[in-house]
Design a protein around this ligand. Structure first.
Ligand code: AHR
Length: 310
């Protein structure tokens, strides 16, 4: 019947779809979930593309297996959000030899031949850490010792390496700043809660918590609450957190978190644009940084938080 279309009509079998294999880090954080959503919404709703995502559950060997499967399947392009920077040379060489282009997203890879990928798009993690350190310099006096407790994400991930470097560099420049301890939180709330709970049994002399992502911050806040340690405006510990998810911004507006450094996960559309440019034979930049800012309580209001997409 004219105008009537069965919902079960088969999809047009135009085999010209551009097939993307995507190896995602995992689902360790709210940031990651927002990033996966941005990627799937961008590509799954576009009939020009077939988008195959595999979740590596934070294990690099799972990523290697996915990438090798994508090669065997003959995908048109491989997207990788690498868990850690090291160890990619061999598998990227295999992709290169198979003639498949690669885009590295979110974090980076440490390979000696950067012709093994088209571009690297994601955050300027060092810049994020520097913004945090600059803020702390303004908020503290040079005359008093500042004890910083440092919660680290997955060791070897660009987000961890660069945020840590920014802090360690700043500590070298401020003789009164001390990193009292570096605890391993793996970017997850559960791990951060566990290590913080343990740490607070013996230690309480903390002026600043520098937490490399929001989910670890949430775990730390729970541990502080249980240990009776106050934080935020009017509290004992200043909290600096990375990502600026909706929940963290809410805490910041309420005065429980002092600084949210934004890490923008919503770059699916930007990746699609880069792929489009590549397919059109245009030159694409080797490194693309996404736009990001920092937030204090005074920068936030209800309307802004309600509209926040992640
Ligand atoms: O690589 C981005 C980082 O990884 C985000 O800060 C964190 O939340 C995520 O797990």
């Amino acid at each position: 019947m004219p105008g009537c279309m069965k919902t079960s009509d088969p999809e047009p079998t135009d085999n010209k779809k551009f097939v993307i294999g995507f190896s995602q880090v995992g689902s360790e954080s709210d940031w990651r979930i927002a990033n996966t959503k941005s990627m799937t919404e961008t590509f799954s709703n576009d009939p020009e593309y077939e988008f195959v995502m595999e979740n590596a559950r934070q294990k690099q060997e799972n990523q290697f297996a996915s990438v090798r499967r994508f090669i065997l399947d003959g995908v048109d392009l491989i997207l990788i959000a690498p868990t850690v920077e090291e160890g990619w040379q061999t598998v990227l060489q295999e992709v290169h030899d198979a003639g498949i282009p690669v885009i590295i997203m979110d974090r980076s890879v440490a390979v000696w031949d950067n012709n093994l990928y088209l571009t690297n798009i994601g955050s300027n993690f060092l810049g994020q850490g520097k913004k945090a350190a600059d803020w702390l310099a303004k908020e503290t006096s040079d005359d008093e010792q500042v004890n910083i407790l440092h919660l680290q994400g997955t060791i070897g991930a660009t987000a961890q390496i660069m945020r840590t470097k920014a802090l360690e560099d700043a500590v070298k420049e401020h003789s009164n700043w001390v990193i009292s301890s570096q605890l391993y939180g793996d970017f997850t709330e559960a791990k951060a809660y566990e290590v913080m709970t343990d740490y607070l049994k013996e230690n309480s002399d903390i002026d600043v918590l520098y937490s490399e992502n929001d989910n670890m911050t949430f775990g730390a806040m729970r541990a502080f609450d249980e240990a009776g340690i106050t934080y935020g405006k009017g509290g004992r510990v200043k909290i600096i957190t990375f990502d600026a998810t909706k929940e963290a911004l809410q805490y910041c507006m309420d005065g429980k978190v002092d600084l949210c450094v934004e890490c923008n996960p919503l770059f699916g559309p930007q990746i699609k644009e880069l792929i489009q440019q590549y397919r059109n034979g245009e030159q694409i930049p080797k490194q693309v940084y996404v736009d990001e800012q920092v937030f204090e309580s005074k920068d936030l209001d209800r309307d802004f938080i309600d509209k926040r997409e992640y």
